[in-house]
Design a protein around this ligand. Structure first.
Ligand code: SF4
Length: 348
């Protein structure tokens, strides 16, 4: 199965690849320990807890098939908020991948030889007629600019709260809205969300649902978890959980840190109120890493606070970053809960 399809399982071609492989979802979920089912549960639980879809598996089959199974799980849970959160998380993950794949010098190619390009994305979401490159903007050294039809713009940016996206703030010309390439990719994130949400929830045949009772129970357990603490009065690094302290030390030592670990570190710091300047002071990175820290914290910050909290302890464990556990770790399931507890029990 194709790596491009595994990264973008909502593409029409990915769905066709699943059809062509004649995969029977009923047989797949009935199989003991099929990795695609475990990955599907993670897709949904990570969406609920971290607003991402969790760590991608190396095996393209597992990754690709986990998507239709995750849609089955979301349909079985049948909760409007879960459906919305899931679609949003798939879109957030896709956005990260699109940005990375478009910027990579060796373009990601499918087995059919086609690469991920802006044009391909526009065609995928039937937006080729709605979005045109602005005359003379491409290849001039600055950021490419595009003109988006008002209808498509309103459809894809309509839910965005930020003032900058409101139509009166835009210089409309001939029924088209000028946008930068970065803004266009944000609009495409909206298109992904729309695609993922399409048709959810659907009626799941009893024969399939009967094999997923444990998986549904695992998702419902996550739903019943108390909300994460996200408001803190003080940022006190001496009370940070051992996993975050260890990541800070590794960053300070100039170690190469994988993306998901940076996400844990920056997500935690952003949520507890460490600013980009403060984190730079704590890590004392070289220029390249400083840029990365500032970019990541900027990305995590939403208008109403941090949009995406750091991952739970079980995910941090999966990443291999759960180290030096202490007695508080035995009582919590999230690094933010650890910090909350340490703040409550510290003397001042
Ligand atoms: S148990 Fe949780 S808080 Fe403690 S080190 Fe591991 S991931 Fe961090």
């Amino acid at each position: 199965m194709d790596r491009l399809h595994a990264r973008y399982p909502f593409f029409v071609a990915a769905r066709e690849a699943v059809d062509a492989a004649a995969v029977d979802l009923g047989e797949l979920v009935a199989r003991e320990d099929d990795p695609a089912v475990d990955r599907a549960v993670e897709r949904v639980t990570a969406a609920l807890t971290e607003h991402s879809t969790g760590e991608m598996r190396r095996d393209a089959r597992t990754e690709l098939l986990s998507y239709p199974v995750a849609r089955v799980l979301v349909s079985l849970v049948d909760d409007h908020a879960v459906t919305g959160t899931y679609a949003n998380a798939e879109a957030a993950t896709a956005y990260e991948r699109i940005v990375a794949d478009l910027d990579t010098s060796s373009q990601l190619k499918s087995t059919s030889g086609s690469s991920l390009t802006v044009e391909r994305l526009l065609s995928e979401f039937d937006l080729s007629d709605d979005v045109q490159p602005a005359d003379g903007s491409a290849g001039t050294g600055g950021e490419d600019r595009y003109h988006v039809s008002v209808t498509a713009y309103l459809r894809l940016a309509g839910d965005r709260d930020e003032d900058a996206w409101r139509l009166p703030r835009r210089s409309l010309a001939d029924g088209r809205v000028p946008v930068s390439r970065t803004e266009l990719l944000t609009l495409l994130r909206g298109a992904v969300e729309e695609r993922v949400a399409e048709g959810l929830p659907f009626e799941v045949p009893e024969a399939i649902g009967a094999h997923l009772t444990e998986e549904i129970a695992a998702i419902e357990e996550v739903l019943s978890d108390p909300p994460l603490p996200t408001e803190f009065d003080a940022a006190r690094p001496e009370l940070f959980p051992p996993c975050v302290t260890a990541l800070l030390e590794r960053a300070r030592a100039g170690e190469e840190i994988p993306d998901h670990s940076w996400y844990t570190l920056c997500g935690f710091c952003a949520t507890v109120g460490v600013s980009a300047d403060e984190l730079v002071t704590l890590v004392q990175p070289d220029d390249g890493v400083e840029e990365r820290i500032r970019y990541q914290l900027d990305k995590l910050a939403g208008e109403d606070g941090v949009e995406y909290p750091p991952p739970s302890c079980s995910t941090v464990q999966d990443y291999g970053d759960c180290v030096n556990q202490d007695e508080v770790c035995a009582e919590i399931s999230h690094p933010l809960s650890y910090y909350e507890q340490r703040l409550e029990t510290s003397d001042n």
